[in-house]
Design a protein around this ligand. Structure first.
Ligand SMILES: O=P(O)(O)OC[C@H]1O[C@H](O)[C@H](O)[C@@H](O)[C@@H]1O
Length: 284
């Protein structure tokens, strides 16, 4: 495939291949493993994604930061606890279908080869694609097609990690009036904005399609389509120490706000049906 002049290829010292984008609208980096956007910076603005300074890009292990694709389940697979957390999409090598530059917007299309998924954990026939439109914003569309003869049940997330200068200054807007579940408890009502002063691992059911992170030095916009749920996560002190590829004090500089289909917003696809989960990330 020939690449437009705004897109080049590279690889890490560990051998993971990526695409680098330098267009008039943005700079970005996308790995083929996981179809993983790890860097996105609109021209004239700061980086929009947090990538762990401890990341060493091992093959077959999820990259800590950017936008991991959690699919075809989010979190643990309850019937099969030995299956990998957040599914297979973030650790498999994706197929690069097409790359084009339309007036400075770079559009990258990936598909996930389904033979990478062990049948015992995912005994379904389906197709999965991810389309990234990288311009002034980053728009990611994750589409599942049920090509089989029986219904399939899906939970998923576009697990965006955002950079914040100081977690104590952060507020999350756009969740007022929604409900959340945390540590097996819920529904709990959300009133007003969210501040982070301890470990947070919440699944929100939320009709509002736009949340914003006020970092204290800028406003990050997170839009969702095909999603009535989202995950808000900060590991705080103890979990940060236990996490792989994560500095002990890294929790002070990041926050995850993840467009999702989780909990009561899980997706059931009848044979022949299709669903797209979309997130659009940008500075306000
Ligand atoms: O460490 P990972 O498997 O990448 O998961 C990182 C985090 O992802 C989500 O935000 C979950 O809600 C958390 O419970 C989990 O700790």
């Amino acid at each position: 495939m020939s690449l437009p002049p705004s897109v080049s290829t590279g690889q890490t010292a560990s051998g993971l291949a990526y695409l680098d984008i330098h267009s008039p609208l943005c700079d970005a980096r996308v790995f083929l493993q996981g179809a993983h956007l790890t860097h996105f910076q609109p021209k004239g603005q700061g980086p929009l994604l947090w990538l762990s300074p401890s990341e060493d890009f091992a093959r077959g292990r999820a990259i800590r930061g950017g936008v991991p694709v959690c699919w075809p389940w989010f979190g643990n697979n309850k019937p099969s606890p030995e299956a990998p957390a957040h599914g297979y999409a973030r650790t498999c090598e994706w197929h690069l279908v097409d790359v084009e530059d339309r007036d400075g917007e770079v559009i990258i299309q990936f598909s996930l080869p389904m033979d990478a998924l062990p049948q015992q954990h995912w005994p379904h026939s389906c197709e999965l694609s991810l389309v990234m439109v990288l311009g002034k914003t980053a728009r990611l569309t994750l589409t599942t097609d049920n090509t089989g003869h029986s219904p399939l049940l899906l939970t998923q997330a576009l697990h965006s990690y955002f950079p914040v200068p100081d977690i104590d200054q952060v507020q999350v807007l756009g969740l007022d009036g929604s409900q959340y579940w945390e540590a097996g408890t819920g529904p709990l009502p959300q009133a007003g904005t969210v501040r982070i002063d301890r470990e947070l691992d919440r699944q929100y059911q939320c009709q509002q399609p736009l949340q914003q992170i006020d970092t204290g030095q800028g406003l990050i916009r997170v839009k969702r389509e095909g999603s009535h749920s989202l995950v808000l996560w900060n590991p705080w002190v103890d979990k940060a120490k236990a996490l792989g590829q994560f500095p002990d004090d890294g929790y002070r500089q990041m926050l995850c706000l993840e467009a999702a289909n989780v909990g009561g917003d899980a997706v059931t696809l009848a044979p022949g049906q299709q669903h797209s989960l979309v997130t659009e990330l940008g500075w306000a």
